[in-house]
Design a protein around this ligand. Structure first.
Ligand code: IMP
Length: 212
């Protein structure tokens, strides 16, 4: 068990979709959550070339600026046939308008350009790196991943980002067609399905006291 997280904690994200999911995941643990946006914390530049490195930048910056423990996630979609792209650039592929219909189309076009038509050529993974940083410099890091396939056309109106084109292995529906509970697949429903839920379960084991 690492260092236990308790009291007031900053969620260092400015992404409303991720904020909502993280709030849901942390809700049972009796932690008093405040978002980086609510505290008007600046968004640091993500200058590392790994998910883990960028999660750490965000968590450390928020912990330093707020004097509170801070929790950050960096995540994205890595497509095997595209050498792991869009990867850490997943948000950027949607452009300044955050147009994920466009980003999903770019992924599909890039796969089509590579001749990746068959399901086995369209393997992708969502990755989530979680980092908890304390103001004294201590950090804890956790990584979660879910493997699936890029389908086309997109299906489902739920979720956010690339959810409508990602069909997790062993399922016949995309994340965009699943409720948040199904997408996370947390116990007692499952053993963790989404990348974020899988990383989160590791974090819970390492840093959170079990819900009463
Ligand atoms: P970040 O804010 O730098 O971590 O960017 C992550 C980007 O990856 C998001 O903007 C989404 O486009 C994508 N992403 C991460 N997690 C998910 C997910 O659970 N569903 C769909 N897209 C995701």
């Amino acid at each position: 068990m690492g260092r236990t997280l308790s009291g007031k904690v900053v969620i260092a994200t400015h992404n409303p979709g991720k904020l909502r999911e993280m709030r849901d995941l942390l809700a049972p643990y009796g932690i008093d959550l405040v978002s980086a946006a609510e505290l008007n914390l600046p968004e640091p530049e993500e200058t590392e070339n790994t998910f883990t490195g960028n999660a750490r930048i965000k968590a450390e910056a928020a912990a330093k600026a707020s004097g509170l423990p801070a929790f950050a996630d960096d995540s994205g979609l890595a497509v095997d046939a595209l050498g792991g792209a869009p990867g850490i650039f997943s948000a950027r592929w949607a452009g300044p308008e955050k147009d994920f219909a466009l980003a999903m189309e770019k992924v599909n076009n890039a796969l089509a350009a590579n001749g990746a038509v068959k399901a086995e050529d369209r393997v992708a993974r969502f990755v989530s790196a979680l980092c908890v940083a304390w103001p004294d410099g201590h950090v804890e890091e956790f990584l979660g991943e879910v493997v699936g396939q890029i389908i086309w056309p997109p299906r489902g109106e739920k979720g956010f980002g690339y959810d409508p084109v990602f069909q997790p292995e062993g399922h016949s529906r995309t994340f965009g067609e699943m409720s948040a509970d199904e997408k996370h697949g947390l116990p007692p429903l499952g053993e963790g399905l989404s990348h974020r839920a899988r990383a989160f379960l590791k974090l819970a084991e390492g840093c959170l006291k079990a819900p009463a």
